[in-house]
Every structure is written in C-alpha cells, then in structure tokens.
Design a protein around this ligand. Structure first.
Ligand code: SAM
Length: 247
C-alpha cells in the first residue's frame, strides 16, 4: 500500500479502533469515529488531482464494468481529452434489461467510436470480446444491491475482491485497476478495499478524490437496493487505484 493510501485509510481505521476502546464512551466513539473519517476525507479532497481517466484512454484500452446506464462512459467518451476508440463500456445487465437512458447512451457511445458490451460479470472477465491486455479496468461505484454477509464478509467486499482478481489477469504490465467508492465509514467498512486488494494479489497504489459533477450527464444509477438511492446525498467519493503485486 502506498503512503497516500496508508495515510487516508489505515489511519482512519486505527482512529476508529482507538476511539472504540474508550469504555463507557462507546456511543460517542461512533460519532468521534465518523468525525475522524470526515476530517481525513477533507484532507483527501485537498489533493490537487483526480485520477486521469481521459489521459489513460489515450494510452490504451480501458474497460469499464458495471456501467449501469453507461452515463459515466459516455461522459468520458465525450471528453475532448479522451480517445473514445479505446473505451469498452460494459453493463452487468443483458441488453434487453438496460434502462431506456442506457440504450440512448449505448448508441451515443457507439457513435463516438467506443465499444459497448452487455452481460459482463466483473467477477469473471473472460468474455472474449474484452481486450486481453487492458491499460485500465474500472468499476465506478460497485454495488451488488444486497446487504448479506457470508463468513463476516459483505457481498460488496466479495464483489470487489473478485473483480480485482479477475481484472488483474487482463492487465498490461503498466495497467491499473480503479474502483470509485463513497467516502463514508459505512461504505469503506463494507467494501474494505485494502483487504480486498490483498486477497486478490493486488496493492493500493493511490486514493484520489472523485467528483461526479466533473462529468456532464453522469447520472449514477443505483442497483436494486432502494436504500442505495441515498448515494446521491454523499458528495465525497474517492477513486481507489490498484495494481497487481508482481512476484
Ligand atoms: C451503484 S450502481 C453504479 C452504476 C454505474 N457504474 C454508475 O457509476 O452509475 C452498481 C452497478 O453494479 C452493477 N453490478 C452488480 N454486480 C455486478 C457484477 N457482478 N458485475 C458487473 N456489474 C455488477 C449493477 O448492475 C449496477 O449497475
């Protein structure tokens, strides 16, 4: 794990742990922990740069999984600094299940020269229509839409770690994997990106702020979990950048 990610995440977690050891102040500890996370995220947002998705599309093939209504991929493809021809935007849903907005965005992506694929499972990226060696494989706001835990691990953590492992096998040597997550103790606890990376044989390279407002037309749809519609209330998000640990 790089120093950046170490600073933002490990320290946040240890703050939570310390705060939780204050005996009869356990209730306050929860609030203190939330405040500690909040302060760390303010520091994170003071970083001057975001992950440069557009520049990465100019280097090589960039695969976007779980694109929902495809509005992020479309916004990226329309960016004048992007090479739309290197974008492969995919949805988990079969073509017939893509929402009407998603169909419009799919057409727009094709017109811009990007490729659109449906029915792609981020946990198993062996679709032969995907590039064998990508420069970037990204998942914007992964979410299973379920709230189950198996053996103490949430479905979302399992989705993230299986995505990382699958993506690591289709990456160029210089390639990166990215996942954008909401900055909240709840979301980061559920996804546990550091542990997911370790499980998948990857490491966190950096954690950078992500601003949805920087992407015109990015609608951000939810998975089938109504409570996730609360996502729109979170303004602070981060792109976690990973690479495989090469042995
Ligand atoms: C919160 S939505 C985000 C959608 C889109 N990436 C965005 O930023 O607007 C989560 C997405 O994850 C997708 N998803 C869930 N499980 C998946 C899987 N195993 N493989 C690929 N996508 C998956 C859902 O279909 C849904 O579109």
């Amino acid at each position: 794990m790089s120093e950046n990610a170490d600073f933002v995440y490990v320290h946040a977690r240890s703050n939570v742990a310390v705060l939780h050891t204050r005996g009869n102040r356990q209730l306050n500890a929860k609030e203190d922990a939330a405040a500690a996370f909040e302060r760390l995220f303010v520091l994170l947002e003071q970083k001057r740069r975001t992950f440069d998705f557009a520049a990465t599309t100019r280097i090589g093939k960039c695969v976007f999984v779980g694109e929902g209504d495809l509005s992020f991929a479309r916004a990226l493809a329309r960016d004048t600094k992007s090479c739309a021809g290197n974008i492969i935007a995919t949805t988990f849903e079969a073509e017939r299940s893509v929402c009407p907005e998603g169909r419009i965005n799919a057409r727009s992506l094709s017109d811009l020269g990007a490729k659109v694929l449906h029915g792609v499972d981020a946990r198993n990226l062996n679709d032969r229509n995907l590039p064998t060696m990508a420069e970037l494989i990204a998942f914007q706001f992964p979410n299973t839409g379920t709230r189950r835990s198996v053996h103490g691990r949430t479905d979302n953590h399992v989705l993230l770690r299986r995505f990382l492992r699958a993506a690591a096998s289709r990456l160029k040597l210089s390639g990166r994997i990215a996942a954008t997550l909401v900055n909240s103790p709840h979301h980061l606890g559920a996804f546990d990106p550091t542990a997911a990376a370790e499980w998948a044989g990857c490491e966190v390279v950096e954690v950078l702020p992500f601003y949805r407002s920087a992407w015109p037309g990015y609608g951000h749809i939810n998975t089938n979990d109504a409570s996730e519609s609360a996502l729109s209330k979170y303004r602070s998000c981060s792109t976690w950048v990973f690479k495989p640990v090469r042995r």
